[in-house]
Write a protein that binds this ligand. Structure first.
Ligand code: SAH
Length: 427
């Protein structure tokens, strides 16, 4: 199907498939052009859970299931010291144990010769209940991307994806078992939300990844032994789950990521990205945390007609409301916001949508945001595909021409089902 090449004559958002057969429009040179097709979201091969009103079901609350036992990483350093006191141990022992976990990535009593021998087993059993058991590891051919499948204490399965880039190592972490946001194009949402992950379960993904890197599991091990040489430097909350629906635990985890050792991992806040479908009140709360983390909004459509179907939480917080919250994040923190936009063929990739997106972003200001389009990754049962390369290019060019910095996101790990939206955690 030929695409409309001139976006001047922006049609109002076409919301029904019938637009595919809409009569030919005329561009400024009076050359007849066909309106591009408008494919609407629909699931095939699986049923999207619906609420009594027939809208996609949203689950904000974690079902009442038991949480994992308390782990050292759930606690602040003073809380750890208090716990040690209860056990009749001096406070400095809490620090020693924290060094083992956050700086040496070990929970093995055999390696803790600085702790009293007769209490080592008891201390590690109390402070390090087993949280994540690795049950599968997939590595790409060139070794620079590794996907982990973890089993949690209650049998829940989650995944994380480790990626080496020049000059940084990024871990994509999960924050919930499953996800309650029910986006029809994302594999994680298909099974709904099982439960929130605990702070320590979130952090243990990083500690375990650091251990794997130190063991040489991510190839190309640096040999100079520099302090920052070989460990996770960047975190993206783009694994399974909606991080802002598990706000408290996710924020505790972030605080521990940035806390200096031995309280935490001593990571830079700038390297941590929290990505959300757009829970506006939580975005505003995040802006007040006083953390210089990066904020990413999964927008995927600039118009409510389409976004209502693509991102069900749009029923609650509309495009303008989430963009206002994103802009507020920038105003309060000074951190440039990232807009994620999965390009889906004939669904959200029309030039008029690029124009509308640019307009809505520019209305709020300049220099506060950049757009990160990403080609849609295939998910089970999906009937949609990613946009054609020239359409993607046109979408990007349109945004750039309108003054919006835009870069196509590198998508990693497709061959190991580890790319965005593909995490479904099956054995
Ligand atoms: N719940 C959060 C974080 C997890 S998803 C959020 O939605 O932002 C991380 C990113 O992957 C989001 O931008 C999400 O919209 C995107 N994504 C989901 N499914 C995808 C798919 N099939 N192809 C490409 N990106 C996808």
């Amino acid at each position: 199907m030929e695409r409309m090449t001139s976006p001047q004559n922006t049609p109002s958002p076409a919301v029904s498939a019938s637009a595919a057969t809409a009569p030919a429009a005329t561009d400024s040179k009076r050359r007849p052009v066909r309106r591009p097709a408008q494919v609407m979201p629909a699931t095939e091969g699986w049923d999207q859970a619906k609420n009594p009103a027939g809208r996609p079901l949203l689950q904000f609350k974690s079902p009442r299931v038991s949480q994992p036992p308390v782990h050292l990483a759930d606690l602040t350093l003073p809380e750890r010291e208090a716990k040690f006191k209860e056990m009749g141990l001096p406070a400095f022992r809490a620090k020693q144990l924290s060094v083992h976990y956050f700086q040496h990535y070990t929970t093995d009593p055999e390696q803790m010769s600085d702790l009293p021998k007769d209490r080592r087993a008891e201390i590690t059993e109390t402070m390090f209940p087993k949280l994540l058991t690795e049950i599968k590891r997939l590595t790409t051919d060139n070794g620079d991307t590794v996907k982990f499948l973890w089993r949690l204490f209650d049998g829940s399965l989650v995944e994380s994806v480790l990626m080496r880039y020049p000059g940084r190592i990024t871990l994509c972490v999960s924050s919930q078992c499953g996800c309650g946001m029910n986006c029809p194009f994302c594999a994680t949402g298909q099974a709904g939300l099982t439960r929130n992950m605990s702070t320590a379960e979130i952090l243990d993904q990083i500690v375990q990844a650091n251990r794997v890197i130190a063991e040489g599991g991510l190839g190309n091990l640096r040999r100079d032994g520099g302090h920052d040489a070989e460990r996770v430097t960047n975190i993206v909350f783009m694994g399974m789950g909606e991080p802002l629906a598990n706000y408290k635990r996710v924020m505790n985890a972030v605080h521990r990521m940035v806390a200096d050792g031995p309280e935490g991992l001593g990571m830079s806040a700038r390297g941590i990205t929290v990505s959300t479908v757009g829970l506006a009140p939580a975005i505003n709360k995040l802006a007040q945390e006083g953390l210089a983390i990066t904020f990413a909004l999964s927008l995927h459509a600039p118009d409510d007609e389409l976004r209502d179907e693509l991102i069900p939480v749009n029923d609650k917080w509309k495009v303008d409301e989430v963009l206002d919250a994103a802009y507020n994040y920038y105003k309060v923190t000074g951190r440039r916001v990232s807009i994620e936009y999965a390009l889906i063929k004939d669904m959200n990739d029309h030039p008029w949508r690029a124009e509308l997106l640019a307009k809505k972003l520019n209305q709020r200001g300049r220099g506060w945001v950049h757009v990160n389009p990403i080609p849609l990754n295939p998910t089970p049962g999906s009937i949609w595909t990613c946009s054609e390369p020239h359409v993607m290019q046109e979408f990007i060019d349109t945004l750039i021409e309108n003054g919006v910095p835009t870069t196509l996101r590198d998508t990693r790990g497709k061959e190991i089902d580890g790319a965005c939206g593909q995490l479904a955690a099956a054995e």
